[in-house]
Design a protein around this ligand. Structure first.
Ligand SMILES: Nc1ncnc2c1ncn2[C@@H]1O[C@H](COP(=O)(O)OP(=O)(O)OP(=O)(O)O)[C@@H](O)[C@H]1O
Ligand SMILES: [Mg+2]
Length: 331
């Protein structure tokens, strides 16, 4: 989808979302620690778009997906969806919404029961949510298999009889069986061969168009993110560094962290690739158990100022559909 409308409609509104994990530390587990996995993130997810979340390992991408879907209970903040704040609903009240918000993981084995046939794996959510009459379920399974590019005879196979790409297609069919509106793809293609990745990306794009799906796409591969996204959000240590339309973020990144992260992506054009300036970040990602004061990025930032050590930069709308959190960005 391309966002040309002046004010795209938000499917989900995330406000000041926080997720802390309380963990035991020390050799005897006798010390308590708090992992600041998600630290007040605020953004909208527009209907029909693909919004990608990028950032180094451990920055909180999966936690963001899980907390939005209420698979983790938020520590604080709101997740507004269809007139409700999911964060305040009881498990029973959430049941009415769960079907509409689905997730696809990297590892199909964690989703597919090895003792169930592919057909049963796909039929299970159809039965559970009563989405088809009993007699219509086999036809529904066939249709879902066709939707993900698999022949109907696959219904009788077991997950271990399939290739990685085929298994991921079954996982997608199982998610589609719930007739969702919103899909979190958490590294859904990362474990696949490059050629298979391309097929699954095309499939996800076709399904998005056919069913008007909205995606939150979590991935390490920035070339894939550039290909698939409408907008991109960059995370650093539990916070958003910036968000904006894909071309704006890739062609003119605002945040120094985005600049460093994207400078590692090879240019498709050989001339651009030869002249590309790589910016290597110094030091390790600090621990989310004890994040730096002020701007979390100041310990590695090439343009850090005094204020960055003490004050958390505000999350500011800078126009053009972009928001950023950096003291050094004017406006
Ligand atoms: N259940 C948990 N209990 C304690 N800490 C957790 C838990 N889940 C995640 N964390 C911590 O929260 C932080 C964010 O983790 P998360 O899995 O969201 O990162 P990520 O960006 O998805 O990383 P990756 O790219 O490696 O998948 C990490 O420091 C992680 O160790
Ligand atoms: Mg993750």
């Amino acid at each position: 989808m391309t966002i040309h409308q002046q004010t795209p409609e938000a499917l989900l509104k995330i406000e000041n979302l926080r997720k802390y994990f309380y963990v035991k530390l020390g050799a005897f587990g006798d010390k308590a620690g708090v992992v600041h996995a998600l630290d007040r993130i605020s953004f909208d997810i527009f209907k029909g778009e693909t919004l990608s979340l990028v950032g180094e390992s451990g920055c909180g991408k999966s936690t963001a997906g899980f907390t939005i879907l209420q698979l983790h209970k938020p520590t604080e903040g709101k997740v507004l969806y269809d007139g409700a704040d999911l964060a305040t609903l009881s498990e029973k009240e959430l049941r009415a919404y769960r079907r509409r918000l689905q997730i696809v993981f990297q590892d199909p084995y964690s989703t597919l029961n090895p003792r169930m046939t592919v057909g049963d794996c796909i039929a299970e959510p159809v039965r559970f949510h009563k989405l088809a009459a009993k007699k219509d379920i086999p036809a529904r399974v066939d249709q879902l298999l066709a939707d993900v590019g698999l022949p109907a005879r696959f219904a009788n196979r077991y997950p271990h009889e399939l290739s990685g790409g085929q298994r991921q297609r079954v996982v997608i069919a199982r998610a589609l069986a719930c007739e969702p509106e919103f899909l979190v793809c958490d590294e859904a293609i990362s474990a696949l061969d490059v050629s298979i990745q391309a097929q699954i990306i095309n499939l996800l794009q076709d399904l998005q168009e056919k069913y008007g799906l909205t995606y939150l796409f979590i991935a390490h591969d920035l070339a894939v993110v550039r290909h698939i996204s409408d907008r991109v959000a960059v995370m650093y240590l539990g916070r958003f560094a910036e968000i904006g339309p894909k071309d704006a973020v890739f062609n003119a990144p605002l945040h120094p962290y985005t600049k460093a992260l994207l400078s590692a992506v090879p240019e498709p054009d050989p001339v651009g690739e030869r002249t590309r300036q790589r910016q290597v970040l110094q030091g390790d990602v600090p621990s989310p158990l004890n994040p730096p004061s002020g701007c979390h990025f100041h310990t590695r930032c090439p343009v850090a100022m005094e204020i960055c050590r003490s004050q958390v930069p505000a999350w500011r709308d800078v126009g053009g559909g972009r928001s950023v959190s950096c003291h050094a960005v004017p406006g």
